[in-house]
Ligand binder design. Structure first.
Ligand SMILES: C[S@@+](CC[C@H](N)C(=O)[O-])C[C@H]1O[C@@H](n2cnc3c(N)ncnc32)[C@H](O)[C@@H]1O
Length: 265
């Protein structure tokens, strides 16, 4: 099943629409060339100059690319409604994060038991980073045990959501931080455990260097990568192993997945 099909299965009941693209962060808009279905985006922009103006205003560097995309359209064959729907559902994870973050927390298939982190390293009394934390479901679980948890997440709406969740469940040791995995806003050697869950590999080399900067000697980096164990190996697997990570596996609500662990020296 493709990623889009899974998104439709999880979130097909939600009223997502093209105008939700106006809510996206700049870093997400900059990723459109590699992430968006291009004929669908081009057709939507040709029909909606407001959206095109918004994209150019937020990301002037995309202007030539957007122009070429719209100019290159094969207009007579365009079925606009179908293309708008394709655009929305190919980007639905981003749109759900903005509009219905609580819906993500209902998807049991994506969750895994935190005992699978606890079996690797001590959490009690520790400073822990959950990088690329999404809605922060994992950060909340970790904050019940650890001393301090930083949820590093570049989407503003998600950081607000995590703050709300922490308050709701009475946690005062969980801090959402604006940042990226390749730019963690914490000092050198300040973290005992850094964990990622389906959140590594945008800029893998820079991310691994940043992790080595913030995790103190003797601390742990653990990546719950999310790739099914029976999938072909990827560049992420090769790079993690070449940088000293040990492969193992974990189980989430959907099956067995790849996990990588490294103790910092
Ligand atoms: C697939 S989601 C996983 C969320 C969460 N860790 C989980 O297990 O449900 C990836 C998250 O990483 C965030 N993200 C995207 N680019 C990132 C980057 N370069 N560094 C850190 N987080 C990033 C996204 O906004 C999103 O919230």
């Amino acid at each position: 099943m493709s990623y889009r099909e899974r998104l439709e299965r999880w979130f097909g009941h939600l009223p997502l629409e093209v105008d939700d693209l106006f809510l996206l962060e700049r870093f997400q808009l900059l990723a459109l060339p590699s992430r968006a279905p291009l004929p669908a985006l081009g057709a939507t922009l040709a029909a909606d100059p407001r959206l095109r103006r918004f994209l150019v205003a937020r990301c002037p560097e995309l202007e030539p690319w957007l122009g070429a995309l719209v100019d290159g359209l094969d207009r007579p064959t365009v079925d606009l409604e179908q293309r708008r729907r394709t655009l929305v559902w190919e980007l639905a994870d981003w749109l759900v994060y903005q509009r219905f973050p609580e819906a993500y927390d209902q998807i049991e298939e994506l969750r895994w038991g935190t005992d699978q982190l606890g079996e690797i390293c001590e959490l009690e009394g520790r400073t822990v980073v959950d990088a690329g934390s999404g809605t922060g479901w994992l950060s909340v679980e970790l904050a019940r045990v650890a001393d301090t948890v930083f949820a590093v997440e570049p989407v503003t709406r998600l950081r607000e959501y995590i703050r709300g969740r922490a308050r709701e469940v009475g946690l005062n040791n969980l801090y959402p931080l604006d940042g990226f995995l390749h730019r963690v806003p914490l000092p050198v050697d300040s973290v005992d455990v850094l964990v990622t869950s389906r959140a590594i590999g945008w800029e893998l080399g820079a991310e691994l260097t940043e992790i080595e900067r913030v995790v103190s000697p003797g601390g742990w980096a653990v990546h719950f990568v999310g790739t099914p164990c029976d999938a072909p190996r990827t560049m992420v697997d090769d790079t993690l192993e070449s940088r000293g990570y040990t492969p193992s596996r974990y189980r989430d609500g959907g099956g067995w997945r790849r996990r990588y662990t490294k103790r910092m020296s």
